[in-house]
Design a protein around this ligand. Structure first.
Ligand SMILES: C[S@@+](CC[C@H](N)C(=O)[O-])C[C@H]1O[C@@H](n2cnc3c(N)ncnc32)[C@H](O)[C@@H]1O
Length: 254
């Protein structure tokens, strides 16, 4: 099922949570000269227009990037993307990676939705590897990549209940195939608490996992009933805890 389109949610409070942490992690990994590989299983279209039809329809961004001016690496990304594409542009996760990674690093992106994939290819340019391929299958097939140091983002749309269990199993398989990777997983927090068993499974298998959850004030949730946003980081690099702390204070900077 590919009915989800991220344009309705771009720049919302959950995106902000994910993108501030993602930018912080990429900045942390690129402090060392050795090159890295960044891979994404569910990339989206890469670049969003907050004045466009989808973003205007939900207005979700108004409760996210519309309420705060982030600091740090995500601010740098936002400035770069808006200088190139205008004041209403908002970076998807592939644009966060593209803005912060170096020519020696490698970016590999999976996106299955035909229109989203076409837009992603156009936004990313020639030098970035963009696949129209199932994200779980694609990342496992290409792992371990070269360079082996790196980061994977797993950001599914959770349209089916089973996706929580499938995401945990996939992340653990990926950690086995690519043990040098830090693996960042985003998940929605719904009143139904579907993320609970997934998080417990990750904690049991990877005792050092960092779990970071934010709860939205009632007016900030998605129309779909999301009450918060969660991130799980497997194989956290040294210094990652500090990124989560500063992301939380950026989000509160309203
Ligand atoms: C939450 S969005 C990604 C947002 C993006 N990571 C960001 O932060 O800007 C999830 C994306 O996964 C895509 N998708 C859904 N199922 C997929 C699959 N099996 N393989 C690859 N992409 C898939 C959807 O089309 C959608 O664009």
């Amino acid at each position: 099922m590919l009915s989800y389109q991220h344009g309705y949610h771009a720049g919302g409070p959950a995106d902000l949570h994910k993108h501030i942490v993602l930018a912080g992690l990429i900045a942390l990994l690129t402090r060392k000269a050795r090159p890295v590989t960044y891979m994404e299983s569910h990339a989206g279209r890469g670049l969003y227009d907050l004045s466009g039809e989808q973003a205007t329809k939900t207005g979700e961004w108004k409760a996210g990037i519309g309420t705060t001016t982030p600091d740090g690496p995500f601010r740098q990304v936002l400035d770069t993307v808006r200088a190139a594409h205008g004041a209403d542009a908002y970076p998807g996760s592939p644009s966060v990676a593209k803005a912060l990674l170096r020519p020696t690093d490698r970016i590999v992106l999976m996106e299955l939705h035909p229109a989203e994939h076409a837009a992603l290819k156009a936004a990313m340019g020639q030098e970035i590897e963009v696949h129209k391929r199932d994200g779980r299958e694609g990342l496992l097939a290409l792992s371990p990549p070269k360079p082996r140091r790196g980061l994977a983002l797993i950001d599914p749309s959770y349209e089916r209940k089973e996706e929580y269990g499938e995401t945990a199993a996939f992340a653990l398989d990926l950690a086995r195939k690519w043990p040098e990777a830090a693996i960042l997983i985003w998940y929605p927090i719904l009143a139904a608490g579907r993320h609970g068993p997934m998080v417990e499974r990750l904690r049991a298998a990877m005792p050092g996992v960092i779990i970071d959850e934010t709860t939205f004030p009632a007016h900030k949730g998605r129309a779909t009933g999301m009450t918060g946003s969660g991130l799980a980081l497997l194989n956290a690099p040294y210094g990652a805890n500090e990124i989560f702390r500063s992301a939380t204070s950026d989000e509160k900077n309203e």
